[in-house]
Every structure is written in structure tokens, then in C-alpha cells.
Design a protein around this ligand. Sequence first.
Ligand SMILES: CC(C)(COP(=O)(O)OP(=O)(O)OC[C@H]1O[C@@H](n2cnc3c(N)ncnc32)[C@H](O)[C@@H]1OP(=O)(O)O)[C@@H](O)C(=O)NCCC(=O)NCCS
Length: 330
Amino acid sequence: MAPCSTVILGTGSYAPAGILSNDDLAKRMETSDEWIRTRTGIRERRIAAPGENVSDMGAKAAAAALADAGLKASDIDLLIVATITPDLPMPATACLIQNLLGVPTNAACFDLNAACSGFIYALDTACAMLSSGRYKKALVIGVEKLSSIIDWKDRTTCVLFGDGAGAAVVGLVPGSGRGLLGTRLGAYGDSAELLWIPAGGSRTPATPESILRGDHCIRMKGKEVFKLAVRAMDEAAREILEQHGLHSDQIACVIPHQANLRIIEAIAQYLELPIDRFFINVDRYGNTSAASIPLALDEARRSGRIKEGDITLLVAFGAGLTYGSALIRW
Ligand SMILES: CC(C)(COP(=O)(O)OP(=O)(O)OC[C@H]1O[C@@H](n2cnc3c(N)ncnc32)[C@H](O)[C@@H]1OP(=O)(O)O)[C@@H](O)C(=O)NCCC(=O)NCCS
């Protein structure tokens, strides 16, 4: 029998209803729509309602992905949640989503932290576990409530991020030639402190003083991150294309991590691809970290940007500093 491929059987996404525009931010702090748009391409971002948890958003995206795949929660035996904003330090948000959806108790459920590259890391993990033959159907969710870890007094970071969720159902399909063709993952751990949350972990537990300093919030050296993001995403994209003997022109649609339009434009230039080959929604959501790629992937599929037989390139970069790329044939 021909070997099985790991195939995305359905996708879903969820964005909270609350919209925070650049003009709204300009009323709260010294910034402007013009500054944010020209530096980042972001016009607005979604903000979760009070009491709207990461598990709630992740479960909604997952339910949409299950419906798209024509499957039920009871079909799932592997649930991976990529997030840096879990509901709680423990237990894993995957277990909370398992409970919300009614995924069976004999399913493996765990969280994965690879920041903005999290969905590609989780997809690769799910595909490897499915390929082992020990699991049949996986739910892979990328979800964030970054509004909960932003320092709203730091205009250099707070304008960049938003909340949202995206999900994919992955399963084994015999000899289809479709599915995940390969991935290229990596990390620059030596640059961890370019983009980090200094306090609140076991190294530096939160104290009243650390909270006053905002050390439990995202801190970033923007210019350095920008340069490394472009380099890592370009390398990750180039290497995976080379590994599979493909030219960038054979990619029908690139789904990049939606951090900054200028980063996406730079990658397009390096790959010698027109910008319209890239699916872009950073203008409407800002950077939603692990949710960014599955949210964009779902919108791309639902808007007809991805057709049967197309090859899609996913490429991401995030805190860690992690990076990753994936090739998918539909
Ligand atoms: C953050 C980022 C948009 C800043 O853009 P930049 O081109 O590096 O910034 P510039 O040098 O043009 O501007 C910096 C100036 O703008 C000011 N500024 C910063 N944020 C501002 C804001 N929201 N509104 C107005 N001014 C702002 C700074 O204080 C600084 O002022 P100064 O020159 O008087 O000190 C850019 O570095 C970036 O996108 N980095 C990557 C971030 C990222 O994507 N991280 C996630 C990766 S997963």
C-alpha cells in the first residue's frame, strides 16, 4: 500500500468582536494612525472581551475546523495548542479546550510554546505523531490573548499585537500526494532576550515591584528583531524550497506570519515573488503570534486563495527566537 500523507482536513478561525483601531490607540497615547500604518501595515486589531479566555477562543476556532473537516470532537485523539498566553500556568490550555469541546479522555492533550512559530511547530509535531501510527486525528490550534501580556504604556510594543485563534484538523490519508510535504524548524536561543517577558516565570516570580515595572509584559528590541526576522524567514523559506527542489515561483500562496507588512515585503523581495502571492491580513488583526498563521490560512482557504493541487508555503518567526517553514500540497 502507498504510504499515508498527513493532510489538513479542515480549518477554522475565530476573532473576538472588539476592534481597537489605530485612532483609538492615538486617543490613549502619543502615537498616530500614520506612524503605525507606515511602520507596520496595521490598521486595527481585535481585543478579547473581559472574561473571554484563550480556551474559549481556541475552542471556537477548533469547532469551526471540525465542522469544515466533517468530523466530531469524539474523532480526535491528539490535541495540541500553540500559545504563549495559556489560560493558566497549569494545567495546559489543551486540557481546558478538550473539556469544552468534548474531546475523549483517551486523547493526548498538551500545549507548545514556540511563540509566533508555534503553529508550524505544532503542525510538524502533530504530523510526526500521526505518522507514528499511534494517533488517527489531530486538532492543532494556535491561539493568543496578547492583550493580556501587553504593557499598554509601552507604545513601542502595544500597537503591534492583537488577539485571535486559528485551528486545523489533521489526519492520515493513504497515498494522496497531498498534505504536509516537509518542514524546516529552528531557533536562535542566543537572542532570547530580544523578545521576552522578563518576569512571572520560575526564574523571576512576579512580585509587586516587578508588576509595577511591567516586567510580566512583552519587552522587545524592535529593530534587532526586525532584522533577524527577515533573515530567518528568508532562510527558512529558501531552504525548504531547495530541499524539495522547488522554485519560489511554484508556490501559489505564501502564508507568512503576520507581524509587520514591511517584513512580509522584504521576504517577497528576497524570494523574488510579487507581493500579491502573499496572503496578508496583518492590517486587520496585527500580530496574533501563534494564531497568526492558522487565522490567515483559514481566511485564505475560505476566500478561495488556495485551490486543489496548489502548494502553499507557511513561514514564521517569533520569540525564542524561533523560526519555521512548511510546505503543503492541497
Ligand atoms: C517596532 C517597529 C515597528 C519600529 O519601527 P522602526 O522603523 O524600527 O522605528 P523607527 O526607528 O522608525 O522609529 C522609532 C521612533 O519612533 C518612536 N515610536 C515608537 N513607537 C511609536 C509609536 N507607536 N508611535 C509613535 N512613535 C513611536 C520611538 O520612540 C522612536 O522615537 P525616537 O527616534 O525619537 O527615539 C519595528 O522595529 C518592527 O516592526 N520590529 C519588529 C517587531 C516584530 O515584528 N516583532 C514580533 C516578531 S514575531
